[in-house]
Design a protein around this ligand. Sequence first.
Ligand code: DGL
Length: 249
Amino acid sequence: MFDSGMGGLSVLKEVRHLLPHADLLYVADQARAPYGVRDLDSVLEISLEIADWLVSAGADTLVVACNTASAAALEEIRARHSAVPVVGMEPAVKPAAAMSEANVVGVFATGATFQGRLFDSVVARHAKGTRIATMACPEWVDLVENGHISGRRAAKLVSSAVDPVVAKGADVLVLGCTHFSFLRELIEQASGLPVIDPARPVAERVQSVAASAGGSGSIRLLTSGDVDKFRRIVGELTQLSADFGRYPE
Ligand code: DGL
């Protein structure tokens, strides 16, 4: 599994829950984060490098636990690693459109995700006739990377992006970036609206395609950034017990 940083751990937690014996290897590419302000070609190149590395390290299932990397590279990773099931993130616009009575759905994601073809194609396929209020929130990624998921500053940064979306009439909100799972409570408090997080359905998909679910139940978390800081913030944000190391090993 990989992400630019902490965000994909929201998916990893759900995968752990559904596949308690699978061995999980996760790369947080914090040295090159955030992905959301990069151009899609550079995220493509990075994503292929990490996917290649994971497969060479023995991964028999790949999870692109990052919406931005999925927007940039999902098709290419699938083409390159056709022997391995590849699960990616796509904005959960379909269930949101079905749930919205106002026919207005708010989506929070990165700027790069909104630029990708994947986002337009998901909207065209699943949300015809629904207005999509998009909001890019790079500050939210930064909050989560630093473990700031509560407190006054976080609440203020969350409501300053939520308020304009609510003002556009959205009655359902979608988390289109894996980092934002960790801010879900603040988003719910700021909006008073239902919030859809695809982490669980994506984990269910992983469960259904995983090449091997049996193992010792180990979790190995690697970062291309500062290992000590990563270990500390993973401890603050999750209850995971894991081994830590540096990417590439
Ligand atoms: N977690 C990533 C996503 O799901 C993006 C965060 C970033 O900008 O690096 O899109």
